[in-house]
Design a protein. Structure first.
Length: 211
């Protein structure tokens, strides 16, 4: 199917989403892999991981430039090689997402909603956070919290952050989309962020940006 969303946001960010329906050969025909990228691609043993890798680069080509290249720092945080954009990447099941901004830091997370999240909620929900216990809402509410914390984790470059102890989401009413408040409080970082969230089919997407 390819690109399903390309949207310029109010803060100047560019949000893109790609639905993976192509096989590996089709995706390979849509990207220009460098020697380094090809070596990385060939090193993946998982078919799904190869599809994710190619879909990210196919989406990036459609969003800004077919020649744009992604590099990574020591924490595996992605960057655009020429330094013209900040980038955050997420993928789950058949959907890949990218958030770009020329001047602001960015963080995005995308997750397919399954029932297993209830079993691990105690690992990332802290006492200050409130989850709706309605059976029809609880799972979605948990995923918004999880995705929000992943987005915060990414925008802060994964610096010694514990999801339960260092990341905080202020209580909020659950809707199909909205803006929520998040905070990072660790030895290295003490910042508040606005995070946008929305649903797409059975997926939750949360993103944030800040100078």
């Amino acid at each position: 199917m390819g690109i399903i969303l390309k949207k310029k946001l109010k803060d100047g960010s560019l949000l893109g989403m790609w639905e993976i329906t192509e096989d590996i050969n089709v995706l390979l025909s849509q990207v220009k892999l460098s020697a380094t990228e090809l070596e990385r691609f060939d090193g993946f043993l998982s078919h799904a991981r190869k599809l994710e890798f190619l879909s990210v680069r196919a989406l990036l080509a459609k969003m800004i430039n077919p020649d744009a290249k992604i590099i990574y720092n020591g924490n595996q945080k992605p960057y655009i090689e020429d330094g013209t954009q900040n980038i955050s990447i997420s993928h789950s099941k058949k959907i890949t997402s990218i958030l770009l901004n020329k001047t602001k830091r960015v963080g995005i997370d995308l997750e397919f909603m399954s029932h297993r999240i209830r079993k691990v909620a105690h690992k990332f929900i802290n006492d200050s956070e409130s989850i709706n216990k309605n059976d029809l809402i609880e799972r979605y509410h948990l995923y918004v919290h999880w995705c929000a914390k992943e987005a915060l984790y990414k925008i802060c470059d994964k610096k010694d952050i514990n999801f339960k102890l260092n990341l905080f989401i202020k209580p909020f009413p659950v809707n199909n989309k909205g803006v929520i408040k998040g905070k990072v409080n660790s030895d290295m970082i003490n910042e508040e962020f606005d995070l946008n969230y929305f649903k797409y089919d059975n997926y939750v997407i949360v993103y944030t940006s800040k100078v």
